[in-house]
Design a protein around this ligand. Structure first.
Ligand code: EPU
Length: 340
């Protein structure tokens, strides 16, 4: 079914008031195949939308928005060593519902990714991560449909070319595949990852170091720092944390002893964009209804009536001042859709 002139306000977590020329909702893989093998015609370009938690619409979308509603969580197989189990989830399953489901079943591995807004289908695209865990550590394979001909292609973990908030689906194969189902390896007697100090402290406040407390700890920290998109429009971290040469990171540390720096791959270190932005004086600032969150400077927010362009312009101002003060170029994590 093709719907016309659809308001996108409730389809993007920034709550931006814009429209899609067409929208198609699909509930099964079969429907998706008939869409791409030529059986059904639709207006290009195509935008695949999960819950719009990483998107900034800067204008109306002149094309077709595809909204996958493929659901169902399936227990696929228990691995022979009896330590892990493979679980698959449809692209349209709400991510946090899936995390809650796994924690309630006593299955570990994704509890640190609790409360991240979005759908299962977006998790491999963005390689979501938080509190020392990235979803690539758990993804076994990703089932997709090729948009150009409707054929099925399964990507194993290494074929996904995962990187920090990055994958083949954002790069070389951008816009070419629709994710329909993701397979995760979860652990039956999980070892918690409490390497992130704040999380360890939070879990200890709750009592024992259990799976349920790990999830609750993450929820508590996120709720303290990150605005709930149901209440105030935002898309989580707006920028990535920059990875820079270690020598440069160390020279910044010399100049600013309290700057947080983290080891990354050989010869490189990661900086905290939130810290850099706060140090440029942006925390809690507003430009009309576009603003910088007062508890976490990495999060840009829509106080109500901001347009995507206003948020974009604010992000450009921030990039400019961080560049001028620290010589660091911030890269947007959020994807911009539309005319700038
Ligand atoms: N910081 C500041 N001021 C701020 C924000 C942060 O000084 O306004 C400092 C903190 O004090 C800390 C450091 O920056 O020393 C890092 O902050 P935090 O632990 O809050 O994490 P982050 O780097 O801001 C990243 C992810 C988040 C993820 C958290 C926890 C990115 C772009 N963001 O944020 O992911 O939840 O770590 O693991 O990697 C997201 O991608 O949407 C997201 C929310």
């Amino acid at each position: 079914m093709i719907y016309k002139n659809i308001p996108l306000k409730k389809y993007n977590t920034f709550g931006l008031d814009c429209f899609a020329e067409c929208m198609i909702r699909i509930k099964t893989e079969k429907e998706a195949i008939s869409l791409f093998n030529g059986t059904v015609s639709w207006k290009k370009p195509l935008l695949i939308l999960g819950s719009g938690s990483n998107l900034l619409f800067t204008s109306d979308f002149k094309g077709t928005v595809l909204y996958p509603e493929i659901t169902r969580i399936k227990i696929e197989e228990q691995e022979p060593d009896n330590r892990n189990v493979i679980i698959s989830a449809g692209a349209g399953v709400n991510w946090d519902d899936f995390v809650a489901w796994s924690v309630n079943k006593g299955l570990g591995g994704i509890e640190n990714l609790s409360l991240i807004p979005g759908k299962v289908g977006a998790t491999p695209v963005q390689n979501i991560g938080a509190y020392g865990v990235e979803v690539r550590d758990r993804i076994v394979k990703v089932r997709t449909i090729n948009i150009s001909d409707g054929s099925i292609r399964v990507f194993n973990n290494s074929e996904c070319e995962f990187g920090y908030r990055d994958s083949i689906f954002k790069n070389r194969e951008k816009g070419k595949y629709l994710v329909t189902r993701v397979y995760y390896r979860l652990t039956i007697n999980p070892l918690l990852n409490l390497s992130y100090e704040t999380l360890k402290e939070e879990v200890n406040k709750l009592g024992a170091e259990t799976l349920i407390n790990a999830r609750q700890g993450v929820i508590n920290i996120r709720q303290r720092k990150l605005p709930d998109p149901e209440i105030i429009g935002n898309a989580g971290s707006f920028f990535k944390n920059p990875v820079v040469e270690s020598s440069f990171a160390l020279s910044l540390k010399n100049e600013y002893p309290d700057i947080p720096i983290y080891k990354d791959h050989e010869g490189y270190m990661k900086l905290a964009s939130g810290w850099l932005i706060e140090r440029c004086g942006w925390k809690g600032q507003r430009r009309g209804d576009a603003g910088v969150h007062d508890k976490q400077a990495l999060v840009l927010i829509n106080y109500g009536k901001a347009t995507g362009k206003e948020i974009y312009n604010l992000s450009e101002e921030i990039r400019k001042s961080v560049h001028e003060k620290f010589g660091v170029d911030l890269e947007r994590e959020v994807e911009t859709v539309g005319i700038i």
